[in-house]
Design a protein around this ligand. Structure first.
Ligand SMILES: [Zn+2]
Length: 351
């Protein structure tokens, strides 16, 4: 396989760089790539990390995963991009510094005949995606969330009627479910369809890959800024087990640390509740905790510490993350939650 300057033959590991644009200061912007090509042919799994530059866990998980599998008999190929956003990594920022864009919102745009050409970030995403879509049978886009986060995997929703028949969509949904179950972190379905569209999440790497029929998912490996070692180790095991259910390695593996959110129905992401007044937040719950509808999850207090209001949850569910910072304005979000999913994972596309 050839990818940028990396070139591998069967049974080889190759590292190199993919040039995605030129910097004004004369150097190319290089994306690091690692190709682990098995002795025998099989599926091609892409694993990407740190598309948000302040999320180092994906990068570290990839580094350790490569070390783990590089000498193992492998059927198929694993392509790793430890750092999708090198400029964000340099500045420890979510965005790239070219124009402050979130790189994970620039995939899957159609080139129109508009007057404005695409930004450099969009060009970089297009160039990366061209390589990914040329060979990917699976895409795993490693992320982290707010600092105080219980690790989970976001399972994307699948639609039919526009790009594919229902039978193909069912197959895609089932394959994604097989992969997210194998990865091992608690599975939480993506936001509702309406919210997914409102947030332009069809332009994430995972959203675009799934729209193109490539099974893809997004693990959230705990909080950003620091590598949480237990979550990182769970991710390495998860990646390995994805190879196992893809028929690429013979054994599965297990990890003593269990992350689990037990529920009788599917869960979905919901940002909820929000502050109804400005003030200082005092949380009464933490990540991983089950919250009952009506329960007080936070107090909003004055700068003197006097209670202004109590915030109740309108939905029962698990707390996935507390938001960072304690100063809130009206309608600022307080929690990311996993609540019972009231819509199917599969949906007929409507305009
Ligand atoms: Zn992210």
């Amino acid at each position: 396989m050839k990818l940028g300057t990396a070139e591998s033959d069967p049974g080889e590991v190759s590292t190199g760089y993919l040039s995605v644009t030129d910097l004004p200061t004369g150097q190319p912007e290089h994306i690091p790539v690692v190709v682990i090509e098995g002795e025998k042919s099989g599926p091609t799994v892409w694993v990407t990390g740190t598309i948000h530059g302040d999320e180092p866990t994906g990068m570290e998980a990839i580094h350790e995963f490569v070390a783990r599998i590089r000498d193992e008999p492998l059927q198929g190929t694993v392509v790793c991009i430890p750092v999708m956003n090198p400029s964000g990594l340099r500045t420890n920022a979510r965005t790239s510094y070219y124009h402050g864009d979130d790189p994970n919102r620039y995939f899957g745009f159609e080139r129109g005949d508009g007057e404005t050409p695409p930004s450099v970030q969009q060009l970089i995403c297009e160039r990366l995606y061209e390589e990914i879509s040329a060979s990917a049978d699976v895409v795993i886009s490693l992320h982290t969330s707010w600092v105080a986060t219980y690790p989970y995997t976001i399972r994307p929703r699948v639609s039919y009627g526009e790009n594919r028949e229902k039978v193909e969509a069912v197959e895609l949904r089932d394959r994604i479910t097989e992969l997210t179950d194998a990865f091992g972190l608690p599975v939480v379905n993506q936001f509702s369809h309406e919210e997914t569209e409102r947030r332009s999440l069809e332009h994430t790497l995972t959203g675009t890959a799934v729209a193109d029929g490539i099974p893809a998912f997004t693990p959230e490996l705990g909080g950003r800024f620091v590598v949480e070692q237990d979550v990182c180790e769970a991710a390495i095991v998860g990646l390995y087990n994805v190879l196992h259910v893809s028929g690429m390695v013979t054994e599965s593996t297990s990890f003593p640390m269990e992350f689990e959110l037990s529920a009788e129905t599917d869960l979905k992401r919901l940002i909820h509740p929000h502050a109804d007044t400005a003030g200082i937040v005092q949380y009464r719950v933490q990540e991983g905790e089950w919250v009952q509808s009506g329960q007080v999850v936070a107090d909003i207090v004055t700068p003197h510490g006097e209670t202004k209001t109590r915030v109740n949850a309108d939905h029962s569910g698990y707390v996935l993350s507390r938001y960072e910072g304690v100063a809130v304005y009206e309608n600022d979000p307080l929690l990311d939650m996993a609540v019972p999913d009231d819509e199917p994972l599969l949906r007929e596309h409507r305009d």
